[in-house]
Design a protein. Structure first.
Length: 326
């Protein structure tokens, strides 16, 4: 029986021999094993078995794509758009997607969605949506129909199998425990999972918040079932040199009861429709935390509520170092 080089490499890594594991995958890749190339690329992206090397991961993905690895193609497209292991290059990423779409129905579906968007050369909206001011203190704006029904469905469908109950790390035990104020299920769309549709939506959120896409944390998708909520909290962080200056919440569906976004300081209660985006500032003009930005996601009474949240930082944020609350 011929051994599987990937399983052999994983066993070598598990027994404390990462150098041997890498050599096994490299040898298999040199022999044309596309899966081994993709596996080694993922190791370079994860940075747990071997040191993270985003540029090397990109080179390995390119080799895998050349041989014909479909999943590697979609990952390469994501990294090309967000600049992991290089500089962001929207035109190149779009060209790679068009090439992949010729033989991959998943890529073709994403391309069809993108072709309906009015985008500039770098993937930003050619005409950013206009907002409606709802409050000055805190500063709150609503942007109606920013996402189409198809775009909302794309985000929800992409993430539905990744959702997990909200947890935090217990500082005493180091173990995950139930989140004390958020009872939803959620996940992040990390840099390797960003379809070009998601990348375009992140740029759209950057445009309406008048920031650059590089300031945003990974898009966080949350699902609230009946009884689930996000109790009063502030998105600004207590100890950081790169503050969350603004929050953009995209509402992916409607038809549920309850689940309004509620600001305690002025009793502002908002339930936008599907595709709407709510933007509010977490800091004052001085840069200090705005106490009026305290808000809650009220309990859902019936149905299911889906949202996608983008926390916007003061400066560049590295998605590869993401840690909630950091």
């Amino acid at each position: 029986m011929i051994s599987d080089p990937i399983e052999t490499a994983r066993m070598a890594a598990a027994t404390g021999c990462p150098g041997d594991a890498v050599a096994i995958l490299e040898s298999a890749g040199d022999g044309g094993n596309v899966a081994a190339l993709a596996e080694l690329a993922i190791w370079h992206l994860r940075g747990d078995i071997i040191s993270r090397d985003l540029a090397q991961a990109r080179r390995l993905l390119r080799r895998a794509v050349t041989i014909g690895h479909v999943d590697a193609a979609l990952m390469e497209i994501a990294l090309t758009a967000n600049g992991s292991g290089g500089v962001p290059d929207w035109p190149q990423a779009l060209g790679l997607l068009r090439r992949a779409a010729a033989n991959d129905p998943v890529a073709a579906e994403q391309l069809a969605l993108l072709d309906k968007m009015d985008l500039d050369h770098d993937g930003y909206p050619a005409m950013p949506p206009a907002g409606e001011r709802l409050s000055d203190q805190p500063f709150v704006e609503r942007f109606p129909a920013v996402l189409s029904a198809e775009e909302c469905l794309h985000v929800a469908t992409l993430t539905q199998n990744w959702l997990e109950p909200a947890v935090v790390v217990d500082p005493r035990t180091g173990r995950n425990i139930a989140h004390p104020i958020r009872t939803s299920d959620g996940t992040l769309i990390g840099p390797t999972q960003e379809t070009l549709v998601v990348a375009a939506l992140n740029r759209r959120l950057a445009a309406i918040t008048k920031t650059r896409v590089e300031q945003g944390e990974p898009l966080s998708v949350l699902r609230y079932k009946p009884g689930q909520e996000y109790r009063l909290h502030m998105d600004a962080l207590p100890r950081t040199t790169n503050q969350r200056i603004a929050t953009a919440i995209a509402y992916l569906n409607d038809g549920f009861e309850g689940g309004e976004t509620y600001f305690a300081s002025n009793h502002l209660k908002i339930k936008p429709g599907a595709g709407d985006v709510l933007v509010f500032r977490n800091v004052l003009a001085s840069g200090t935390t705005d106490p009026n930005s305290q808000h809650a996601g009220l309990p859902v009474r019936r149905g299911t509520k889906w949202i996608a949240t983008r926390w916007i930082r003061q400066g560049f944020y590295d998605p590869w170092t993401y840690r909630e609350g950091a």
